[in-house]
Design a protein around this ligand. Structure first.
Ligand code: F3S
Length: 285
């Protein structure tokens, strides 16, 4: 069987940097309490390993309010401005592992809303990155995720400029579609495509591979939105696409009768899991 592993599978730059930064703090602040604001990545294996080393996860600003001391690492998704303010008030050490590409969006949104633009974020409003980005635009932000929401979008103040940005992991073609729908409404718009290249490249490579193989395996945590999107893209090209979290989820029977298998993985999938799956498929089929 021929196995094709995507070059772009696994940790992206921002996630690798954030995970490395947490391990760095474990060494640096030995004996002190270390927290991450939200799970550092959507991957249970990594979270379990960090928990073993004493790293705890804070889930909300309310939980943050209970902490009196220690170090809090902000994950690559970033957070709202209010979270930084809260830490500063409390004198907690803040280690900012926000991905620089996300930070760039915070800066754009803060600057544009200060200039008086209305912010529109194309993305999933329930995703922590979008929640964080919203928190840099005051209360002047709308989030649009679907074609229907784009069609129904109305901004009362027609003369106010709209500044459209996107969640870094949003599908590029869908972003273009939604922007087009909003553009047709005749607002004064500036559009900043803030989709991260890592995502686009990963999605394009996955699409290409899925289009030429008999079966496709997508590896990632079930809560990882970018892995879910990868799965959707691959499934569109190749009906035999399987979503697994670890090697244990791989159903050998599904790959029995195929000749070529493609493998890709979401941005938060550790290399070790990808290697395990790849080696297993190469050796056993
Ligand atoms: Fe950053 Fe892009 Fe990864 S925004 S966290 S490098 S997907």
């Amino acid at each position: 069987m021929k196995v094709e592993l995507a070059r772009t599978a696994g940790f992206c730059f921002g996630v690798k940097r954030a995970v490395d930064m947490v391990y760095e703090q474990v060494r640096r602040y030995e004996g002190q309490k270390i927290y991450t604001y939200g799970p550092i990545i959507h991957n249970e294996e990594v979270i379990k390993d960090l928990a073993k080393q004493g790293v705890k996860v804070i889930h909300s600003e309310e939980e943050l309010a209970q902490i009196k001391e220690g170090v809090v690492v902000i994950r690559s998704h970033g957070v709202a401005k209010s979270v930084y303010d809260r830490m500063e008030e409390k004198g907690i050490i803040c280690v900012d592992a926000t991905c620089p590409f996300v930070k760039k969006i915070h800066d754009i949104v803060a600057k544009e809303s200060e200039k008086g633009s209305h912010i529109v974020i194309i993305g999933d409003g329930a995703h922590p990155e979008v929640e964080g980005t919203r928190g840099w635009a005051g209360d002047r932000a709308d989030v649009i995720q679907t074609h229907e929401e784009a069609r129904q979008f109305v901004h009362e103040n027609k003369s106010q400029k709209l500044c459209i940005v996107s969640q870094t992991t949003f599908n590029y073609n869908k972003f273009k579609d939604l922007v087009e729908i909003i553009e047709e409404k005749g607002y004064d718009i500036i559009v900043l495509n803030t989709i991260c290249n890592a995502t686009k490249e990963r999605q394009e490579e996955a699409r290409r591979i899925a289009g030429r193989v008999d079966a496709m395996v997508v590896i990632g945590d079930e809560h990882s939105s970018n892995t879910q999107k990868l799965f959707e893209i691959c499934k569109n090209e190749c009906l035999n696409t399987y979503y697994i979290q670890t090697l244990d989820d791989l159903d050998m029977n599904q790959l029995r009768s195929v000749e070529t298998v493609g493998i890709t993985a979401g941005a938060s999938t550790p290399n070790i899991i990808i290697e395990e799956v790849q080696n297993y498929v190469r050796i056993n089929f």
